[in-house]
Design a protein around this ligand. Structure first.
Ligand code: PLP
Length: 373
């Protein structure tokens, strides 16, 4: 199979597999246990916490390990806005129209809790303009949430500028970094971030592990999302998944180099050049500055049904929406960009790993050519 869906989930890196097996064999004790093996597990988990905090410019005490970005996003909204000390009059949230589906689901829940939600549209390239965020903020705004990198387009939002606006308006700022961490720089101070969400399996780590950064966590009244025995500073109950944390730690180390190599190879440009040479009509959604492993292509003269049916044993491709592509409905990201339903149905999100070869890209281009209308 030719895997073209790394933005949905990156294959486990070989180094991570080795680290996971070692951790399952040797780091099985409960990191809350007072005996020697428990202390070893705790020490190793905290080493990953320190390393991770260092990379994003945070303190280790501001990092909570979670099951992934969905849980981190839940914590971001619920833990800070639904606690007893949150002022009732601060009941407005601003999000962008191109967030991951889980943010919309969380907002539906927040509405039931009395919050009002404003949704800011992107420009035609899929970028959230800081000015539109400024206009959406009201005296009652408690939180702004804008993703760092969009999962369908690879576009990078101006997080630093949006963070500055939130800071000036004394509004909490959250960003979902599931798609950006390990692929582009993050500094929570420079970006004026209060909360950020991360996922392990987007960088070749195991599924079921992620993290959330919460600025000044110890000074805040944070409502647990999972009530438990005080693990992860009381925010996230349940025995810490030490082996998964160690696998995440290895992914953080190994992914960086593999991504740099992929970026250098300019595979995205190669694909676009081959499409031009083959005379295939296409448009790229997003902008030139998008991350180099993602490309969203609209192919108006390609029979998508034929392309998918004839190649289902060869390519793993995401049509329309990224993480929910089994659904029939058109992607909310593409419609937010102004694409019609028909154009959205003719759109693919292709996302590479560093294993991709130019020969495989040629195979894809040939398959698209064969499926011409
Ligand atoms: C932007 C974004 N946020 C959140 C998620 C969910 O992440 P996880 O699978 O770690 O819960 C994804 C991908 O699935 C994503 O692309």
């Amino acid at each position: 199979m030719i895997y073209l869906d790394s933005a949905a989930s990156h294959p486990l890196l070989p180094e991570v597999k080795v680290a996971l097996i070692d951790a399952f064999d040797n780091c099985y004790a409960n990191s809350a246990s007072g005996h020697l093996l428990g202390e070893v597990a705790l020490k190793k988990v905290d080493e990953v916490r320190e390393e991770f905090a260092d990379i994003i410019g945070a303190y280790p005490s501001e990092i909570i390990f979670t099951s992934g970005a969905t849980e981190s996003n839940n914590i971001a909204f619920k833990s800070l806005l639904l606690n007893s000390s949150h002022p009732k009059e601060k009941n407005h949230i601003v999000i962008s129209a191109i967030e991951h589906k889980c943010i919309f689901a969380i907002c539906e829940y927040m509405k039931l809790q009395g919050f009002e939600i404003s949704i800011v549209m992107p420009n035609g390239e899929g970028i959230i303009d800081p000015k539109s965020i400024k206009e959406a903020i009201r005296p009652s705004t408690a939180l702004v949430s804008v993703m760092h990198v969009n999962n369908e387009l690879g576009t990078i939002n101006p997080i630093t500028e949006i963070g500055q606006i939130c800071f000036e308006n004394k509004v909490l700022f959250h960003s979902d970094a599931a798609q950006s961490f390990g692929k582009t720089e993050i500094d929570v101070d420079d970006m004026n971030l209060d909360i950020m969400s991360f996922s392990g399996h987007k960088i070749g780590g195991p599924k079921g592990i992620g993290a959330v950064y919460i600025r000044d966590l110890r000074k805040r009244n944070v409502q647990p999302v999972i009530h438990g025995a005080g693990q992860e500073q009381g925010v996230r109950g349940g025995t810490v998944a030490a082996p998964l944390v160690l696998g995440f730690g290895e992914a953080i180390n190994s992914f960086l180099q593999s991504y740099k190599n992929l970026a250098k190879r300019q595979i995205r440009n190669y694909l676009l050049e081959q499409l031009v040479q083959a005379g295939i009509s296409f448009t790229v959604n997003g902008n030139e500055e998008a991350l180099p492993h993602i490309v969203s292509l609209t192919l108006p003269k390609t029979n998508i049904g034929v392309l998918v049916r004839d190649n289902e044993d060869t390519f793993c491709l995401a049509q329309g929406s990224a993480c929910s592509s089994r659904e029939i409905e058109a992607s909310h990201v593409l419609t937010a960009l102004g694409l019609s339903r028909e154009e959205a149905e003719h759109t693919f999100r292709i996302s590479f790993t560093n294993q991709i070869t130019t020969k495989e890209i040629d195979q894809l281009v040939n398959a698209i050519k064969k499926a011409a209308i």
